[in-house]
Design a binder for this molecule. Structure first.
Ligand code: SF4
Length: 236
């Protein structure tokens, strides 16, 4: 079970390919993902350079254990932007079966390491896809996600996304139709798109990396805690 920190990542989405001293990313073995994740076979990170890197980390020819990852994170330059798990998901208590129940012990250690580094960390999780531990995992995410350690909950349909948002989560929705709608509203109508469900109305924030020259380091929307919007991605 391995992890790898890439300091000064050249990940295109994070930095548009530039190696910046203050932008880093981690990769976790694919085994950290839930097999129930709806994006399991079509995850964006299963293509291109990141896919090769994640394969090596998963097979064990690259990377190291959690303790070394924690040490490396804690030694990052102060004020680094840290994208956790470009591939992979949050740490679970066991990988002996297909259940994925978040390890609060490992998550706390990750939080402390990012605080030691004074880094701004953000990530996304699909571990609420686990049928048995769904509610537990959502409760852990809500409790552990905090300023400078933001855990976005990923969703693929608007009703689920809105429900998660009104339950107090920071949410990332992958939905090409809504993404296109939000971009059209912003570019052609000059206003923010909204999503209305029985729970209420929430603004949509289309990821600017996908429609204009921007990257996470410039944008940073997904690293904001308690956002008043849902970030929307298009399927890639
Ligand atoms: S919305 Fe911003 S921070 Fe989030 S993935 Fe897109 S570019 Fe990165």
């Amino acid at each position: 079970m391995k992890y790898k920190l890439t300091e000064m990542t050249s990940n295109h989405k994070l930095t548009s390919g530039e190696k910046l001293k203050l932008v880093s990313a981690t990769t976790s073995s694919w085994i950290t993902c839930s097999k129930h994740c709806p994006m399991h076979s079509k995850c964006y990170a299963k293509r291109g350079h990141q896919a090769l890197h994640a394969k090596k980390v998963t097979e064990g020819s690259r990377g190291y254990d959690l303790d070394k990852l924690l040490k490396e994170i804690s030694e990052l330059r102060p004020n680094s932007l840290l994208r956790l798990n470009v591939s992979g998901d949050l740490p679970s208590v066991t990988y002996k079966n297909d259940e994925r129940k978040i390890s609060t012990d490992a998550l706390t250690k990750l939080l402390i390491a990012t605080q030691d580094a004074r880094a701004k960390a953000f990530t996304y999780t699909h571990l609420h896809s686990d049928p048995k531990h769904k509610e537990y995992n959502l409760a852990v995410v809500k409790e552990w996600s905090t300023e400078n350690f933001v855990i976005n909950v990923s969703a693929e349909n608007s009703r689920t996304a809105a429900k998660l948002y009104f339950n107090g989560h920071d949410v990332a929705l992958t939905n090409t139709k809504l993404f296109n709608f939000a971009v059209d509203q912003e570019i052609n109508q000059g206003r923010k798109a909204t999503l209305t469900t029985k729970e209420g109305t929430v603004e949509l924030f289309p990821c600017p990396h996908s429609y204009k020259e921007s990257n996470c380091n410039q944008c940073r929307e997904c690293s904001k805690h308690n956002r008043e919007n849902i970030v929307v991605f298009k399927e890639t």
